[in-house]
Write a protein that binds this ligand. Structure first.
Ligand SMILES: Cc1cc2nc3c(=O)[nH]c(=O)nc-3n(C[C@H](O)[C@H](O)[C@H](O)COP(=O)(O)OP(=O)(O)OC[C@H]3O[C@@H](n4cnc5c(N)ncnc54)[C@H](O)[C@@H]3O)c2cc1C
Length: 386
């Protein structure tokens, strides 16, 4: 056992996945999560290509598959509901638009947490308040009052990472908005949805509406996006966000008026700018970043979960291979990940641009297939000892 003490901030996808590999490499891992319990629900996320291989190496292939959404595929439709295009979950070997491993973020988080909870210390309802590093370690003061020392600290605390702001600089320096706002919330499934997702794109205005079954098709998730270069609604003011969504979706057609009727009775609601995180470095001394905190590719890339899973494997592997020397380990992790991240970020930006393209979708030959392959499989997974 190395006994290296690692503190990880964030218990969603990147945090517990990293905890799995760090523990396997002999580290003592503490994960601190701001929420008072594991956050359930959320949007559907996908694992494709090399991310599926990481799940397999974690020994979680069967468990993850058992928790999948079982979405059969997606239709794009016109305003009257006529089907324009069909995408099946088994297209492109399961690595297509709807991936064969599609799972709600909260369900994947639960699988990763259950897998690690026995060998990892999880602290819920707390966060890092202050941190000071020296040549030999990092002193951490928690908001709840504890003070502890660690060898390494990793931020897996998402797009709005507090650790990134604390160590690397203000949010505005790294978070790039792509000019699109995304909102989603659940509604009763009064639309007869079974295992198929429906998507309506209004090209003239660049707006989209999407509906997918959730919870054994007893409910459905409505998702909307609209262009917005400037966006200044308060993150905490849900009522203002709902008003904004209602205004921006006015006149959209399709099922939109019926979906908007549920804005007042939905138990959940999310609205945010679609953004990416772009940084020159993902580490500073003994502090590193992983997942959306370091390199969010945006929901529009369909690759954020894959990046988090693959990054967790490589970060733990390279740190251990470097004998837990942060400078050597973090540098090797970055070298391996950089081009994979850039490919996924480029896909995210292309997808946003395609929403306002004059023709429905982009013809397959117009997509850069080499780029897509790089975004799915473009990273080597070394066979780390142990
Ligand atoms: C609408 C939407 C659709 C998406 N669709 C897809 C998709 O189709 N395919 C795909 O692969 N990905 C998708 N993603 C992206 C995917 O959800 C993320 O890339 C993935 O969850 C990254 O995980 P993460 O662990 O890095 O960050 P997050 O999931 O954001 O988790 C961060 C965690 O840190 C916690 N936290 C925050 N601040 C602190 C703090 N100060 N201290 C401690 N803990 C803290 C949070 O509570 C949270 O639990 C989508 C995302 C969204 C929003």
């Amino acid at each position: 056992m190395s006994g290296t003490r690692v503190l990880v901030a964030g218990a969603s996808i990147a945090g517990p996945a990293l905890a799995h590999w760090l523990r396997q490499r002999g580290a003592e891992v503490t994960v601190v999560e701001r929420a008072t319990e594991l956050r359930p629900g959320g949007q559907a996320v996908d694992a494709r290509g090399v991310a599926k291989e990481v799940i397999r190496r974690m020994g979680l292939d069967t468990t993850v598959r058992a928790a999948r959404t079982e979405t059969a595929g997606a239709y794009t439709v016109d305003a009257d509901g006529n089907v324009l295009e069909t995408f099946r979950a088994d297209d492109h070997g399961g690595d297509g638009y709807i991936a064969d491993i599609e799972i709600l973020r909260g369900d994947l988080s639960r699988v990763l947490y259950d897998d690690t909870r026995d060998g990892v210390e999880y602290v819920f309802g707390d966060r890092i308040a202050e941190l000071a590093q020296d040549a030999a370690g990092v002193d951490v003061a928690f908001a709840g009052g504890d003070r502890r020392r660690f060898d390494l600290v990793i931020g897996a605390d998402g797009l709005h990472s507090a650790l990134r702001a604390m160590v690397f600089g203000p949010r505005a320096r790294f978070v790039r908005h792509l000019g699109l706002v995304l909102a989603f919330y659940s509604v009763p499934n009064e639309f007869g949805l079974d295992r198929w997702l429906m998507e309506y794109q209004h090209r003239e205005s660049g707006r989209t509406a999407l509906l997918r079954p959730i919870q054994d098709a007893t409910r459905a998730m409505a998702m909307f996006s609209f262009p917005a270069a400037d966006f200044d609604v308060d993150h905490r003011d849900i009522e203002a966000q709902k008003r904004l969504l209602g205004e921006r979706m006015a006149g959209l057609g399709w099922l939109t008026p019926r979906l908007l009727e549920h804005l007042d009775d939905t138990p959940d609601f999310y609205l945010d700018q679609v953004a990416q995180v772009v940084m020159d470095r993902w580490s500073s001394g003994r502090v590193g970043l992983l997942g959306d905190a370091a390199f969010s590719s945006s929901p529009m890339s369909g690759g954020g979960t894959g990046l988090a899973l693959v990054g967790a494997y490589l970060l733990a592997g390279e740190l251990a291979a470097a004998g837990w020397d942060p400078e050597v380990g973090f540098a090797a992790y970055e070298r391996r990940m950089r081009s994979f991240v850039e490919a996924n970020q480029e896909i995210g930006r292309m997808h946003v641009r395609s929403l306002s393209a004059p023709e429905p979708g982009l013809a397959p030959e117009e997509w850069d297939m080499e780029l897509i392959e790089r975004a799915i499989n473009g990273v080597e997974l070394p066979d780390y000892a142990g």
